[in-house]
Ligand binder design. Structure first.
Ligand code: IVH
Length: 713
């Protein structure tokens, strides 16, 4: 449902709605919920998160409570019970449905066999018989038979509890509802589980998707999703209209003493009327397994169902039992995966995305192609160096690879010798989101936007940092609220935090009218902001979120530059003058400031947007206090190395550290011969012990406090 269709009253809390607004809102909610229900239940393609969907339902409920006489005849609230009854019941598997360990090459296969031999105490060279099967790319299913009758069917779920899909499974004609043949008697007198994979053939998948496109429905991404979407249908009639196949590959619970091998199991399943994959083979050697796997890969494209590898299972059931399982995978079986699937297509364009941390990521816009049953139209090009290394140019034919669920990637250019190729791709040196400079630091691969604070792509994350504990520490400005204010568009840069209150009165819907807010909570937030209009230089520098400038470095800078104005001027000088400039040289002279940190500071100050930002904030919206310097020369702990350990009673660790540093001590995290004092709190562990061993002076918390209490703080 588009944003435009959304009721214009959506922003109002239910209590604020007039009767006629409530009526319209209930109608809009009923429509929207029906729309999203259809997406979820019928199309298997929801566009709302569960939380967003629940919020709509809760809002409907709240309005209905306030205006009971307006409840619609077909209210979505009335359907809740019905939905739950219609929804899938849970089924606990009699035996857990396990997953398989993966092998990616012949070495891994060999290692698997050796592990099996070692576990069974057999010589590593022993040839053991294994059943090799195609690994069907569908969804696994457990079928329960009682006295030979199909009584229930369930999805894998979390391996222990799945969803009851009995009625839908009964529409799959190849699954027997009664175990047939003479062998059927082996199923008498017991409750057994047959395990296998439900899939949709490639042909049926194409037909289904074509029909969906014609109807204006979203196509399924691949046959696996189509099969899963078809099985998870509340209406079995829909499942019946989607031709699904099934391959049985084993059992959950089942007892039959006459059966001693996995291949006998498969024969029995076949005799009972189950489809068992015709390509399954018993192999005696590793070489045969590898040959099976290679041949299967060659056949892969021609098969009418998707497979993603082979499964090898120890044939001897006595061994299978002894091998058992580790964690959630059996030791007696392994899945050998095919290498990633590839295809080539034309690179129509290269787009640059800016992530929340400012990294510019190039994305290949492709002429759509199908790779392993999935339509791919975008792929990652990773970063600037990768584009240069592969010399990828717009208009090239490129090889695209999909590896499992991983984002498709551009592997290489197929036609590097083609005539009339476009010129080499020029990676932007400006951020497409905010127009600021973008650059790559030495030793890094990523090109980043240098204007974190004002760049819309990064601003939310930066503002979260700006208001966090070690920075402006504004109460009530948690991550959730920051995100909300961004979403509503009331905050775009940190300056907006401080102008929020004065702008609020002019908003169409001011903060106190938002859902969940009132005049008290709004005022509380504004007061919290106002309380922080003065900030120490160290905290301010830290708040800017300049790369590599954490709390300690910010403090070091503040101690050296003392006032904001001085720091600002010196950083601008250093940035403009670069290496060799006295301001730059003075910066890297500071103990604790490396040249890489200096480089990050210079980047920050070389970006005009950042300067403008500082100018619009400091002085008018906030005051940055000078750094108070203490004369610590008379302090008995000046220059001493101290270590805190254990839980202190009267001080937080952060406060104790800051106090010690103010008095000229160096606080270290570990005890060594250089340590002067170790201050021990409750439950002090190995550090206290180490101090004793090294003969370092150990102080109780109170002793430490009396040592420093007479000093000016
Ligand atoms: S045996 C304990 N055989 O692969 C062994 N699984 O990662 C359990 N699968 O959830 C499975 N074809 O959905 C087995 N021939 C085959 C299979 C197969 C596909 C799937 C199955 C399972 C997953 C294991």
């Amino acid at each position: 449902m588009s944003q435009e269709n959304m009721s214009s009253y959506r922003r109002f809390p239910p209590e604020m709605l007039t009767e006629s607004q409530a009526r319209k809102e209930l109608e809009a909610l009923a429509q929207e919920l029906a729309f999203h229900d259809a997406l979820y239940y019928q199309k298997d393609a929801p566009t709302l998160s569960d939380a967003e969907y629940d919020a709509l339902r809760q809002r409907n409920e709240a309005i209905e409570k306030l205006f009971p006489h307006l409840v619609l005849k077909d209210s979505p609230g009335l359907k809740v019970g019905a939905k739950a009854a219609e929804g899938f019941a849970k089924v606990t598997h009699l035996m857990p449905m396990l997953s398989l360990d993966n092998a990616f090459n012949s070495e891994d296969i060999q290692k698997f066999i050796e592990r099996v031999c070692r576990f069974l105490n057999l010589p590593l060279t022993q040839q053991i018989s294994l059943v090799a099967e195609p690994k069907i790319d569908g969804l696994s299913c457990s079928l329960v038979y009682e006295d030979g009758f199909l009584v229930s069917a369930a999805t894998r779920g979390d391996g222990y509890v799945g969803e009851d899909i009995t009625e839908n499974i009964k529409t799959i004609s190849s699954i027997p509802t009664l175990l047939s043949g003479d062998q059927g008697k082996q199923a008498q007198g017991q409750t057994l589980e047959v395990r296998g994979e439900i899939y949709m053939s490639k042909k049926e998948f194409e037909i289904l998707n074509k029909a969906r496109l014609e109807k204006g429905d979203q196509p399924f991404a691949n046959p696996r999703n189509a099969a899963a979407g078809s099985v998870r249908q509340l209406d079995p009639k829909v499942t019946a209209s989607r031709p699904l196949g099934f391959f049985a590959y084993g059992f959950g619970r089942f007892e039959d003493r006459d059966i001693t091998s996995h291949h006998q199991r498969l024969a029995l399943l076949r005799a009972w009327g189950f489809p068992v994959n015709p390509l399954i083979k018993t192999c005696a050697t590793t070489a045969q397994l590898v040959a099976f796997h290679d041949e299967l890969e060659r056949k892969r494209a021609a098969l009418d169902y998707d497979i993603d590898g082979s499964v090898f299972k120890v044939d001897n059931l006595a061994w299978e039992k002894r091998l058992g399982t580790v964690a959630r995978s059996p030791r007696y079986a392994v899945a050998a995966k095919f290498p990633p699937e590839q295809g080539s297509t034309k690179l129509a364009d290269i787009q640059i995305q800016v992530g929340r941390t400012g990294v510019l990521t190039p994305v290949a816009v492709l002429e759509p192609l199908t790779v392993g049953g999935v339509v791919v139209s975008r792929a990652t090009l990773h970063n600037r160096d990768e584009i240069a290394r592969k010399d990828v140019r717009i208009g090239d034919t490129v090889l695209v690879q999909r590896a499992g669920d991983v984002i498709p990637q551009v592997v290489k250019v197929v036609n590097p010798e083609a005539p009339n190729r476009a010129g080499p791709y020029v990676f932007p040196d400006h951020c497409p989101a905010c127009g600021s400079k973008a650059a790559k630091e030495e030793g890094e691969v990523a090109v980043r936007c240098l204007a974190g604070l004002i760049c819309p792509a990064q601003a939310a994350l930066r503002v979260r940092h700006f208001v966090s504990k070690g920075a402006f520490d504004i109460e009530g400005f948690g991550a959730k609220n920051v995100d909300l204010f961004f979403e509503k568009g009331v905050i775009k840069t940190p300056v907006d935090i401080f102008t929020f209150e004065s702008r609020n009165a002019g908003f169409e819907v001011p903060l106190e009218k938002w859902e969940g807010w009132g005049s008290k909570s709004a005022q509380k937030l504004f007061n919290a902001v106002n309380a922080k209009r003065r900030i120490g230089l160290d905290r301010f520098i830290y708040a800017l979120g300049i790369r590599q400038i954490g709390q300690t470095t910010a403090k070091t800078l503040a101690k050296n530059y003392l006032s904001y104005d001085n720091w600002f001027v010196k950083m601008q000088e250093a940035s403009a003058g670069g290496v060799g400039n006295p301001a730059y040289e003075a910066l890297i002279e500071i103990d604790g400031i490396g040249s890489d940190m200096a480089e990050d500071l210079m980047y920050f100050f070389s970006e005009e947007h950042n300067i403008e930002f500082l100018q619009s904030l400091v002085g008018s919206q906030i005051q940055v206090e000078d750094m108070a310097v203490k004369d610590t020369s008379g302090s008995p702990i000046s220059g001493k190395v101290v270590v805190f350990t254990g839980t202190l009673e009267t001080l937080s660790r952060a406060e104790a550290k800051s106090q010690a540093e103010t008095l000229g001590a160096k606080v270290s995290g570990s005890v060594s011969k250089k340590t002067d004092y170790v201050i021990v709190g409750a439950d002090a562990g190995s550090k206290a012990k180490k101090a004793q061993e090294l003969g370092v002076q150990v102080l109780e918390e109170q002793e430490w406090i009396s040592l420093i209490k007479h000093l000016p703080q």
